[in-house]
Write a protein that binds this ligand. Sequence first.
Ligand code: SAM
Ligand code: MG
Length: 214
Amino acid sequence: TGSTRPQRILRAVQKNATRGDPCSVVKAIDDYCRHKEWAMNVGDEKGCIVDSVVSEVKPTAVLELGTYCAYSTVRIASLLSPNAKLITLEFNSDYAAIAREVIAWAGLQDKIQLVEGASGEWIPRLKEEFGIETFDLIFLDHWKDRYLPDTKLLEKCGLLRPGTVLLADNVICPGTPDYLDYVRNSQQYKSKFFKSHLEYTQEEDGLEKSVFLG
Ligand code: SAM
Ligand code: MG
């Protein structure tokens, strides 16, 4: 057809989800990716774990690293309180364009700031550009070799406070061994593993929740 997978995911949303209803957007993407075409969304099974962490933390300022089609973006933003904001970073402009449409379809554009660019370049600018003090919750789901350097960069830029929660996807599959080793052995974090499966498969995977202690 000449279309890309993100374009087909967007079409599934436009066909099957109700405008202004984030749950229906999440469901349309899960249905499409479970039955038609696998895609790298956090997915429904791990998504429930993400939901429970968001509900527990009740964050006001959220950072997401890796937007793709905005599946997790919509999922997280739909659980935020009215005054809360989510910043999501995506360096692929084709994905970012799709994500903007998915976010608008869900009616969540006022809660979400989608920033186009690489995490390593944007993290040092977040305080100035968006008036952020510190984040309450950070969802790491970009390229797996960036979890550790970007966590150290977030520390260095003063974007973490005691109590900030890092939630990292795919720590088993594809895996983030250097990151896991760091958060599990550092005195600065209290870290816990949530066993699950890779999105839309039976492959073992999981999320690591790490509370920054300061
Ligand atoms: N969080 C999304 C979800 O669950 O629906 C999935 C994100 S996907 C697994 C990872 C995304 O991160 C890709 O779209 C990729 O282009 C983006 N990405 C990877 N490394 C990045 C970086 N250093 N800065 C910004 N975006 C990055
Ligand atoms: Mg993931």
